[in-house]
Ligand binder design. Structure first.
Ligand SMILES: Cc1cc2nc3c(=O)[nH]c(=O)nc-3n(C[C@H](O)[C@H](O)[C@H](O)COP(=O)(O)O)c2cc1C
Length: 249
């Protein structure tokens, strides 16, 4: 067991920065793209611009005090503004920095490397067909990857029969593209990515509280099944966290 603890002890300055370690960044390899490519043919769906949000004005102290994991959701749909707010709260890009080599977002990330991509299993969002979507954080837009029969059932199965994962209005499925962080941090990256995921999901917990909805962080899933469902290769990009969201009764 103890050997697994070592992962949590990788040390960014001892193991990478002040060592002879040749990270790709140090070797002047071109920085990876800030966002995964998407098909030119994708029909992009506009989301509500954060400057036009009419929601979210709940005192932070209440959101923190009342934060809980929820596994039972009502049938009420979410509006597109509510979904836009949750996407922005978890991955919204607020600034492009370092001559286009990094982003600042509504959540922190080690070295601002932001390795995550957001996929959605949409069940009940006003104005959206059910299906698997991807969020384009740079554009603050969505596109439909595909519609999928029995999506809720497949999602529940891929999450070790936790059927509540497919019973909300939308399920967030976050992947990492680890090289985005490895380019800077090499072997320390995997600890950083795990740390980054926590911030992102906590923002979801707080943001759902502001719209009368609930969520539950889900770490128990079948890696290959969930990666296949959203169509990622499982090596250069793979799922790290899942969170269903629905209105509370
Ligand atoms: C990393 C992580 C993974 C989790 N995975 C699951 C999960 O697979 N299924 C589940 O029902 N809850 C999961 N949870 C939720 C926890 O069970 C929950 O946070 C804990 O019981 C405390 O309850 P609270 O969030 O209401 O305070 C997870 C939470 C975290 C932080």
């Amino acid at each position: 067991m103890k050997k697994y603890r070592e992962f949590l002890k990788t040390h960014w300055w001892k193991d990478v920065f002040f060592s002879e370690y040749k990270t790709d960044q140090r070797m002047k390899v071109q920085n990876p793209p800030l966002q995964k490519e998407y098909p030119e043919s994708a029909a992009l769906i506009d989301l509500i611009d954060p400057i036009h949000f009419t929601l979210g004005n709940v005192p932070l102290i209440e959101l923190i005090r009342n934060r809980r994991s929820h596994r039972k959701f009502s049938d009420k749909p979410l509006s597109l503004e509510e979904l836009s707010f949750l996407l922005w709260a978890t991955q919204g890009v607020t600034k492009i920095v370092r001559n286009g080599a990094a982003t600042q977002r509504t959540v922190p990330s080690g070295g601002s490397r932001h390795s995550f991509e957001t996929y959605l299993a949409v069940f009940a969002i006003k104005g959206l067909e059910p299906g698997i979507y991807r969020y384009l954080a740079l554009e603050h837009k969505l596109y439909l990857i595909r519609q999928e029969d029995d999506l809720a059932k497949k999602l529940g199965k891929a999450c070790m029969k936790q059927n509540f994962v497919g019973q909300g209005a939308v399920t967030f499925i976050w992947t990492t593209i680890p090289y985005r962080t490895e380019w800077s941090y090499d072997k320390v990256s995997h600890k950083i990515i795990a740390q980054d995921a926590g911030h992102m999901c906590q923002n979801l917990y707080l943001a759902v509280g502001a719209i009368g909805a609930g969520t539950c962080a889900v770490g128990a899933y079948h890696q290959e099944q969930i990666d296949a469902l959203i169509g990622v290769d499982g090596e250069d990009e793979f799922t790290v966290y899942i969170a269903p969201v629905g209105k509370l009764r």
